[in-house]
Design a protein around this ligand. Sequence first.
Ligand code: BG6
Length: 488
Amino acid sequence: KGNYLYTVIVLGASGDLAKKKTFPALFGLYKNKYLNPKTHIVGYARTKMDQATFEDHVTKYIKLKSEDDKAALKDFLKLCSYQDGQYDKDSDFQRLEQRLVQVEKESGATERLFYMALPPSVFIKVATCLKHNNYSKEIITRLIVEKPFGMDLESSRKLAKELGALFSEEEIYRIDHYLGKEMVKNMMILRFANVIFGSIWNRQSIDNVQITFKEKIGTQGRGGYFDEFGIIRDVMQNHLLQILTLVAMEPPVSLNSEDVRDEKVKVLRFIPPITREDILLGQYGKSEDGKEPGYLDDATVPKGSKTPTYAAATLFINNERWAGVPFVLKCGKALDQQKTEIRIQFKNVACGIFKSLSRNEIVIRVQPDEAVYVKMMNKEPGLGMKTIISDLDLSYSSRFNDSVIPEAYEALILDALNGDHSNFVRNDELDAAWKIFTPILKKIDQGEINPIPYAYGTRGPKGLTEFVAKHGYTRGEQEYVWPQHSAA
Ligand code: BG6
């Protein structure tokens, strides 16, 4: 805990990501004594800011829950300083270097963590300047980088090559913040530390897998940015695919990061590119009451854009364990609810002695309200032999009510500080992921697929029920509502 001595440099410190995620996560680590109290945090960006303005920016999204938190924040801010500079000027990075040398003299730090909270257009420029001006073999250097990692296989490879010429794979930490989420990290334990789950985790028992990401909000001001990418690049190709690999991969030899990542790459390589038949796209319009704007009403979105804000895609993994089992990934903005979950649906029971059965399901609710629950058939209490659908429910709020679930970014920054790569995306993994999505993305980019409109605040585009049913998902005959929440 907090024994390493490093300097954290946040590039793009005046931006949204730094304000919303990076600084609050660094404060969370500091508050819980995971950061060495001598650590210095140096912000760097183009905007000119004095210390007071910078501190406002750093604290904007930090939630203080107690007097202790307030005191901790005061001390935390003493560790933070800011320097403005251009993203492509060596002289500015030399000034940054002088600052770093100075703070390292005070702290004795011999490690540097560069957090690249930057737009893609300046990414390589900054990496180049860092390599030329702020890099030395005596100092352990780590670089956290954020998506987008390119737009397709080709641009991702170009980026990887350019970055690879500057920093080694060992030094690079590609963030996918879903890998820092508690329930995503729980996946390996659920699968590989439980005989009851481990032994049924295959095509003999499982009919289909649904991985769902829903957000209630639309693009809200990010429309211009979002439009270049669309929901597949924004969420599916990274967050949902990462979840899929953890659900589907073979057990790694150990928890060592390369062992884990070897297995993840392997399972991705068994997935052929998504076909036109296996994709359903949507784009949200105005809400039914007309109060919420449609995607195309956003002034920053190009007129007539066909960019999908909703996508459902079915992936198949052609290996011994999974051949024939559809993995349906679904994600969308401006929907009826906010949640991310993994739903493993089992096959029908062969036995015909009971009527009106529903399939077993294991549901891992990533957010909100972390939970694992198993839907199962039970005898309805009382006389007779009627079946009733019920559940085994591990809801974190009731079972682990004293535990604090760390923010994904806290978990990941700490991993990077400790030099642990297991929850970061390796270069070949990224390559394998792009191979699956690039052909269909090309079709979408060329305007070959028209997204189906859906109203803001609804379940998604028409045809969704048929789409998931075509890929095996069956709603049970009995009505079921998870007591904690309404049904999916
Ligand atoms: C980001 C996407 O990667 O993930 C956003 O760019 C999305 O569009 C976000 O809203 C969701 O993250 P979380 O942690 O809020 O579920």
